[in-house]
Design a protein around this ligand. Structure first.
Ligand SMILES: NC(=O)c1ccc[n+]([C@@H]2O[C@H](COP(=O)([O-])OP(=O)(O)OC[C@H]3O[C@@H](n4cnc5c(N)ncnc54)[C@H](O)[C@@H]3O)[C@@H](O)[C@H]2O)c1
Length: 353
C-alpha cells in the first residue's frame, strides 16, 4: 500500500484526515506537527501511523509516497523544497505562501522536476461549476459583483495581517480563484481599498488586520468585477458569499459551495402570461425570482473529491484531473497579493505573474 503523510495537524489537517479515513487503499503512515501532541492526536484518530515533530525526520523514517502540507501561510518554503528534492507528490493548502517570489520559485521547481503538486482550492470540484461554466459560455458576462462577509476565524494567526495576509488573501482567495476559473481569463489590473476601526482590541485581542476591503478588478477579456470582503459579521444574518455574474439578457448568482441560480426572462411566469420583470408604480423593480430561476445546488462532497483527485494523481502518476495544480494556484495568490499591494500604495496594480 502507498504511504500518505501529513504536515500540520490543525484545523484543516483534521478536515483532510476525515477524508483519508474514507480511503481504504492508503497507508496513513505519518503525521507531523511542531506541537507533537497534535500529531499524536491524529495517530490516535487514524488508529495507525506514527507522530513526528519534524517533517525531515518523518520523511526519513516513513518515506511517504505523497504528502499533504497544511501549515499556516508563513510556514512554507523549506517544507516544499525538501519535498520536491525527494520527489514526493504534494498537496498544499491555500494561500500557498504570502511570499510571491517563494511561490514562483516553488512553481518553477515543481515544473522542472515534474512533481505532481495540487493546492487546496477545493471549490473548483463542486458540481455547481458545470452549470456556472455552461451559463458563462452561453451568455457573455460583462461584469461581476461579488462579496464575502463572515466572522473572525478562531486560529490566532488569522487576526494578524502579516501572519495571515488578511482576509482577502487568506479566505476570499477562494472567490478570487473561482473568478479566474469560471471566467476563463486572468486579471489585468486591481485597485483595492481597505477599512479598519470597527473591530476593537477589547472585542478581539491581537487583532491587527482589515475589517473589510473593496477591490475593483479588470480582466483581460474586458470583464470588470468588484469584490467586497469583510470579517466584521457578528452573526450569520450579516454573512454573505454571493457573486452575481451579469450578462445583457440574464444574470447568475453564484454562492460559493452552495448554489448557482440563473435568472432569465421568459421563464415559467412568462409562459403563464405574466411579465418577467415589473416596474411598480413607485418605481421599484419587482422581480418574481422564484419562477424565472434555474437553480443548481451543490450535491457533491467537493473537499473529498479534491483530496481523492490528488491521491489518484499521485498513485497513477497522471495529474490531468487536478483542477488546481500548484502553477495555477500560484496565479490566484499573485492576484490577491496584488490587491494587498494596492491597499498599501493606494494605487492600481497591474498583474504580472
Ligand atoms: N482549503 C480550505 O478551504 C481551507 C480551510 C481552512 C484552512 N485552510 C488553510 O490551511 C492552512 C492551515 O490552516 P489551519 O486553520 O489548519 O491552521 P492551524 O493553526 O489550525 O493548523 C496549522 C498547524 O500547522 C502546524 N505547523 C506550523 N508549522 C509547522 C511545521 N513547520 N511543521 C509541522 N507543523 C507545523 C501548527 O502547529 C498547527 O498545528 C492555512 O493556510 C489556511 O488558509 C484552507
Amino acid at each position: 500500500m502507498k504511504k500518505l503523510a501529513l504536515i500540520g495537524c490543525g484545523g484543516i489537517g483534521a478536515y483532510h484526515l476525515d477524508h483519508f479515513l474514507q480511503f481504504t487503499d492508503l497507508d496513513l503512515a505519518g503525521f507531523c506537527d511542531i506541537t507533537v501532541e497534535r500529531a499524536e492526536g491524529f495517530v490516535k484518530k487514524a488508529g495507525r501511523g506514527r507522530a513526528f515533530a519534524d517533517y525531515v525526520e518523518m520523511y526519513d523514517a516513513v518515506k511517504p509516497d505523497m504528502v499533504f502540507i497544511c501549515v499556516p501561510p508563513t510556514c512554507h518554503g523549506n517544507i516544499e523544497f525538501e519535498t520536491i528534492r525527494r520527489g514526493i507528490p504534494f498537496f498544499v493548502e491555500k494561500p500557498l505562501t504570502l511570499d510571491l517570489d517563494l511561490a514562483r520559485e516553488i512553481a518553477a521547481q515543481v515544473e522542472k522536476r515534474g512533481i505532481i503538486a495540487a493546492s487546496g482550492f477545493q471549490c473548483r470540484y463542486d458540481n455547481i461549476n458545470d452549470a456556472a461554466r455552461a451559463y458563462i459560455a452561453a451568455s457573455p458576462v460583462l461584469t461581476v459583483q461579488a462579496s464575502r462577509v463572515g466572522g473572525i476565524p478562531e486560529v490566532p494567526w488569522w487576526r494578524n495581517k502579516p501572519a495571515s495576509g488578511g482576509q482577502l488573501v487568506e479566505q476570499t482567495i477562494h472567490q478570487m480563484d473561482m473568478l479566474r476559473y469560471l471566467l476563463g481569463t486572468e486579471p489585468k489590473t486591481v485597485y483595492s481599498v481597505a477599512g479598519r476601526g470597527w473591530i476593537s482590541q477589547e472585542e478581539c485581542p491581537g487583532y491587527f488586520t482589515d475589517d473589510l476591503s473593496t477591490t475593483l478588478v479588470t480582466f483581460k477579456n474586458g470583464v470588470t468585477a468588484t469584490m467586497m470582503t469583510g470579517c466584521y459579521a457578528k452573526n450569520a444574518v450579516s454573512w454573505d458569499s454571493k457573486m452575481t455574474f451579469g450578462a445583457r439578457d440574464s444574470r447568475m448568482d453564484y454562492v460559493l459551495c452552495s448554489s448557482v441560480t440563473v435568472y432569465r426572462e421568459g421563464g415559467k411566469a412568462a409562459a403563464a402570461g405574466k411579465s418577467a420583470s415589473v416596474i411598480k408604480g413607485d418605481g421599484v423593480q419587482d422581480r418574481d425570482t422564484g419562477e424565472h430561476a434555474e437553480v443548481t445546488k451543490s450535491a457533491v462532497d467537493f473537499g473529498l473529491l479534491c483530496d481523492r483527485t490528488f491521491v489518484d494523481a499521485a498513485l497513477s502518476g497522471d495529474p490531468s484531473k487536478i483542477r488546481s495544480p500548484y502553477g495555477d494556484a500560484y496565479k490566484s495568490v499573485a492576484f490577491t497579493l496584488a490587491c494587498n499591494r494596492s491597499m498599501t500604495t493606494g494605487l492600481p496594480v497591474d498583474l504580472a505573474y
